[in-house]
Each structure stands twice: as structure tokens, then as C-alpha cells.
Design a protein around this ligand. Sequence first.
Ligand code: IPE
Ligand code: IPE
Ligand code: MG
Length: 249
Amino acid sequence: MIKIDSNKLPRHIAIIMDGNGRWAQKHTIGRIRGHRKGAQAVRTVVRACREIGVKYLTLFAFSIENWERPEKEVQALMLLLEEYLIKEIDELQEQGIRLTTIGDIDRLHPQVREKLLQVKESTLKNDKMILNLALSYGGKDEIIRAVKKIIEENKNGKIDINEINKETFSNYLYTCGIPDPDLLIRTSGEYRISNFMLWQTAYTELYFTEVLWPDFTRDDLFKAIASYQKRERRFGLTSEQLKEKSFPN
Ligand code: IPE
Ligand code: IPE
Ligand code: MG
């Protein structure tokens, strides 16, 4: 059993769920079955986070770059997402979980987008946890989109150039209203960010594991949280200064 301190939980955990393809290869089955198995790991992690009291969980489910994958794989991922939403809606409601998304969801297949909007709408009032899915998401694209919006609003006289700072800029990102991740987990032994939450992870604690996403368990999640809890988040300050000041977590 891995011990975690419930008084020092990351408020927001983000996960780059990687390794479905390699998991499938290891089991000599098709990539799509790897994704299917990956969806089960999603269930496990959502449940565990809700149970221990994590407030925000962001899952990188599909990147802007992933659109370039073979058509059949993209199709299968869309279907899996739809299936996930249909299957999970009851549990999300029971558990008081609100579903939100970040990314260009207008690019999703209409049927999936429809379902997504439906689930987002019907879980709008749930306040126990936010499950935030990154879909058709790219960090650089998100920043460019924000810049364009700001220019537009500046033209219309809605925002003055002097009002642009880190806080106001954040409001133009998909993640508006969501605190930055405290902990970012990436599975499958890849040590990169792959265009995920570039702005938001400026001071996030990073945790990398060799475990392939379909094999990721509750215990793996708790291991990552335990590692996070051992760290000192200095935000550029010295340890001495931190002792005088108190930061969230
Ligand atoms: C992550 O698994 C799921 C998505 C990117 C949609 P991959 O499909 O990237 O798995 P690997 O990296 O090929 O093993
Ligand atoms: C990142 O995984 C995207 C998701 C987990 C959805 P990728 O498998 O697409 O990343 P790269 O290509 O290895 O960097
Ligand atoms: Mg991958």
C-alpha cells in the first residue's frame, strides 16, 4: 500500500496517457485494442482521483497532431470516446463529476461532438470533481488562439494593451477558470511534453513512468502522488523563504 497524505494532495493532476500502441504490440494485438484497454485505465484513474479528493483531473486523450494518424485509428478513437461517454454518464452523475474539455472540439466528428456537449451540459452543476478531457488539443495552437482573441477584443476596444498580463492572458486559454496543474504524469517512458499545456505547466511538478497507459493502476497513481508530496515547490524562491511563506500544497 502506498501512503499518501490527504492534506497535501495535488489540486490538479494532468496526465499524458501514452503507450496504448506499444501495449498492444507487446500483446500481439491491434493498436485499437490497446486504446480500448486504455479506456479502462481511464475509469480506474477517474474513480481513484474522485475517491481521494483530487479536484481537477485533465487527461490528454487526443492531440491536434494525432489527426495525422491513419484514418482507421482516428475513427476508432472517436468511436471509443463516444462509447466512453455513453457508458460513463451515469457514474459521472452519481459521483458528482463535471465533464469539461479543452481543445478544438469543433473538429470532432459531429456525432461525438453532440454527445460530448450533451454530457458537458448535463454534468454542468456537478461540483465534486472536474474531469477535463483534452481533445484535438495542442498547446501552441491554444496560445495562438488566445493571441488572436485578444487582438480581436483589443480592436473592439474590449481590452487595453496595458491590461494584458499573466492573469488576463490565462483567461483567453481553453483552461480559463481551471488552476494550473500541480502534477503532470506521463506514462510509457517518453520524456517529453508533446505540445501539452505549455503555458499551464510552467511550474508543474513532472512525473515520468515506464508503465504503459493500459497497465496504469491506482497504485501507479498513488506512487506519482507520493513522489509529488516529497518535493519542495520553490517557485523560484529559496527554501528559507518558503518556510516563512505558505503556498497551496
Ligand atoms: C496514447 O497511446 C493514445 C493516443 C495518443 C491517442 P499511443 O497510441 O500513442 O501509444 P504508442 O505511443 O504508440 O505506444
Ligand atoms: C501524446 O501522445 C498525445 C496523447 C497522449 C493523446 P503521442 O503518442 O501522440 O506523442 P508523441 O507523438 O510520442 O510525442
Ligand atoms: Mg504515443
